[in-house]
Design a protein around this ligand. Structure first.
Ligand SMILES: Nc1nc2c(ncn2[C@@H]2O[C@H](COP(=O)(O)OP(=O)(O)OP(=O)(O)O)[C@@H](O)[C@H]2O)c(=O)[nH]1
Ligand SMILES: [Mg+2]
Length: 191
């Protein structure tokens, strides 16, 4: 079982020259604006506010590196798919994200977060395929599962596995923190 012994915010940057270069393994967390990326990091690390959370989409604007157990980085990304951003901001998001994902040898897994309540967005499917095309290891977590009834979870689980063509989707609520150990294993095993 994976145990989080220590966690530390290291840096926030949008510049490829500033990305950590000590060769430690990385796990990236990506997904639409407001899907709950920063919240799930707080839940995983059992810290209330290590990553900044907001009900306004577009809170995270840079790439944020969190060091876990002094041995690997969790990487929090700004979200995509928020309608109210300018073309300039959209392009700068794209070049920042591409600069990270290009040939990132230390990147061992990408966690794509999707909203457990909604049909997949086109942007989620594009992101999913992009990650697969780059041959990165992909895991999908469906967020905010506290908003769904058990029967709805079962129904969406089937649908999502088909849509994203993956064998497992983990449903999680950062609000409730239940099955956190399962989430930890899902994210940190086999890296
Ligand atoms: N009910 C519920 N709300 C959640 C959960 N996770 C996150 N939220 C809420 O969703 C909103 C967005 O959460 P964030 O963690 O900031 O989302 P994000 O994906 O980091 O957003 P950006 O940084 O803007 O891309 C906040 O109001 C959170 O409180 C959850 O598991 N359940
Ligand atoms: Mg965020």
């Amino acid at each position: 079982m994976f145990i989080v012994k220590s966690s530390e915010f290291i840096k926030s940057t949008s510049n490829v020259c500033d990305f950590p270069n000590e060769g430690l393994k990385e796990i990236a967390i990506v997904g639409r604006s407001n899907v709950g990326k920063s919240s799930i990091i707080n839940s995983l690390l059992n810290r209330k506010r290590i990553a900044k959370v907001s009900s306004t989409p577009g809170k995270t604007r840079t790439i944020n590196f969190f060091l876990i157990n002094n041995s690997l980085y969790l990487v929090d990304f700004p979200g995509y798919g928020y309608a109210k951003v300018s073309k300039y901001e959209r392009n700068s998001w794209k070049s920042m994200v591409e600069s990270y994902f290009y040939n990132r040898d230390v990147l061992k897994k990408v966690i794509l977060l999707i909203d457990s309540r909604h049909d997949p967005f086109e942007s989620d499917l594009i992101m999913c395929n992009w990650i697969k095309d780059m041959k990165y290891n992909l895991s999908i977590v469906a967020t905010k599962s506290d908003k769904l009834k058990f029967a709805e979870i079962k129904k969406n689980d089937l649908k999502f596995r088909k849509n994203f063509d993956v064998s497992k989707i983990l449903f999680y609520s950062a609000l409730k923190n239940e099955n956190r150990n399962e989430l930890l294993n899902f994210i940190f095993s086999d890296i």
